[in-house]
Ligand binder design. Structure first.
Ligand code: SF4
Length: 272
């Protein structure tokens, strides 16, 4: 078998099995385009187009980062306006401008990280995080976990915080995956993970996990990495079997997919 590097991440896991409540949007062919054909020029171009949700998520994260890069922004009356300028929000679409402006005002009014002992806060555009090499059984895989923010609680507990925007529910699996990352990045330290929606102001309860629960997720990621490697290998052996290896699930899932323009199975919805 040619070398295909094993890797796993929350993104890969969610391409295999969607979060609870989003099963109707699942389509394995999306994984095929995203992970097996991502170097083809058309696919690459589609993957590089940020959709509105991605733009808002990134700008929201950058906004939080800027508030804490210069903490005086949180106390000055035009703090939001200054960050709007830094983010060049006026160059974005009306929807993006309005929603990000609201997010910045929300955060200025309730800066949840203010006064926290912040160990790490990402701007959001740093690219791939450094891989964590996990040895599992007789093989190893690279594990990627992009952690938005880590702060230390007063009692010393590490708190991993993931920022969200939009309406989607928090996926507890992602929390467990962050706790797995913490096990490797901060060994022997107590850790919890939570999600904070910058649009709604909803903050989840902190999630903690036993060693056995973290082990279960490590095993799940290892299996996911292997299954994905097997699919990539099959595809590279026979490009014509794309649709058998990554079966399409046309329908409502096509609404939320970047690939309808190049996918022969896409379903275009007809206006009533
Ligand atoms: S367009 Fe539809 S069928 Fe094709 S990959 Fe996307 S979701 Fe799947």
């Amino acid at each position: 078998m040619p070398t295909i590097l094993l890797f796993a991440s929350y993104k890969l896991l969610s391409l295999f099995s969607p979060p609870v409540g989003l099963e109707h949007l699942h389509c394995d062919m999306k994984r095929g385009f995203t992970k097996a054909r991502n170097k083809e020029p058309q696919v690459k171009a589609l993957l590089e187009q940020d959709n509105i949700h991605q733009q808002i998520g990134l700008l929201a994260q950058q906004g939080v980062y800027e508030f804490h890069r210069d903490i005086s922004m949180l106390s000055c009356q035009d703090g939001v306006g200054r960050i709007v300028d830094i983010l060049k929000l006026s160059q974005k679409s009306t929807e993006v401008q309005e929603r990000v402006q609201q997010i910045l005002e929300n955060y200025w009014g309730n800066p949840i990280l203010d006064g926290k002992n912040i160990l790490k806060l990402l701007r959001g555009d740093e690219g791939y995080p450094e891989a964590i090499l996990i040895r599992y059984g007789n093989y190893t895989f690279n594990f990627y976990a992009a952690i938005d923010c880590i702060f230390r609680e007063v009692d010393g507990t590490l708190h991993i915080l993931d920022f969200k925007t939009g309406k989607s529910d928090f996926d507890r699996r992602q929390g467990y995956i962050y706790l797995l990352a913490a096990k490797y990045l901060y060994p022997n330290q107590k850790a919890v993970a939570s999600f904070y929606n910058l649009e709604t102001g909803k903050w989840s309860q902190p999630l903690s996990a036993t060693a056995a629960a973290i082990q279960t997720f490590e095993s799940l990621l290892a299996q996911t990495a292997k299954r994905h490697q097997r699919d990539l290998f099959r595809y590279r052996q026979n490009l014509a079997e794309f649709k058998e290896i990554f079966p399409p699930n046309p329908g409502i899932s096509c609404r939320n997919c970047p690939f309808p323009s190049i996918c022969q199975f896409s379903v275009q919805e007809v206006a009533a």
